[in-house]
Design a protein around this ligand. Sequence first.
Ligand code: ZN
Length: 355
Amino acid sequence: MKLRPWVKFTLGLIIISLVIFLGYKYYQKNNSVSTDLLKQYNISKSKASETLNYVLEHDAYDATYLDEYAKIKYLEQNNFLDVIKTFLPKEYTGEEINYILVLSNTNIAKLKDMDHQDLENYYQIKNFNVSNIERYNAYQDIHDYSYADVVTHVNINLDLPPYTNTNTVSDGDNTLVLVNKYNCLPKNYSPSDLDYISGTQGQTPMRKVAKEALEELQKAVKAEANFELLPTTAYRNYGFQNTLYNNYVAKDGVAAADTYSARPGCSEHQTGLAIDLKNPATPSTIRLTEENYDWLKNNAYRFGFIIRFPKDKEYITGYQEENWHIRYVGKDIAKIIYENNLTLEEYIDLYQTNY
Ligand SMILES: [Zn+2]
């Protein structure tokens, strides 16, 4: 077979490159560990790795873990040696240690105080919280969700009965404040910057930021879809919610009332950032038509609002669908929540909490 000169040349070039590449790799492997140290500890050259070199140089070598060192990817970070020295004796494998190395310092500190945990199901889950691992496993046993969902659900306390051990919210003024069946405001909390806007029941109080955003939304809905949206209620104080909830309980019982009304202190309306809307042109029993809701669902985020209790998320929010209840969170965050089809609970856990 006769090859054309250019083919010969190309083949020759490929072979030469390959030889150089393999030679370099071989050189790199054998020079990642000082030969003297390998000899001194009587370690075969085939075990050489960057991590092994590091532990040898830092006087932290333990022959028991020789095979595990090769599996641990060397990372230039302050806690590298500490993690290796702590977790190898706890019977973690090299692969598991690679995962531990990328956990937060808080999670690593918590894990130090525990016996060996099976972490494999939680690799790559950003909002994994070591403190909740037993709850994750228990929740996974009885639910058919992915591990990522299990982590989020447990982090937002869905494995616990609502209204038990509720957390008292201390940052009521934060526009991202989370108020739900697990996080309730103090009885005396009220926003300091309430402002008023015309609603179906007259002047309606809400936080100033929410009012300004609602005015923008009202202009847009009129111009783009030619209907009006007015608030029915927005800010409601503790006492008002107390009366409202007790009336619902008297009418429907506690279990039913809890699916559509918040207990006092646990209503988002007390933040002044939640608004119930109505199209004034529809009959009194209908807040929004399907078309009205479609517009609101797909546009509210542009003005900084989210649909707080959407359909198909009842198991997360704990409330029946309320397509008229919007919540101000600010434009950037509302966009993320809208585009990723999240609830506020999920957003805060996934994007705002450091575990
Ligand atoms: Zn509402």
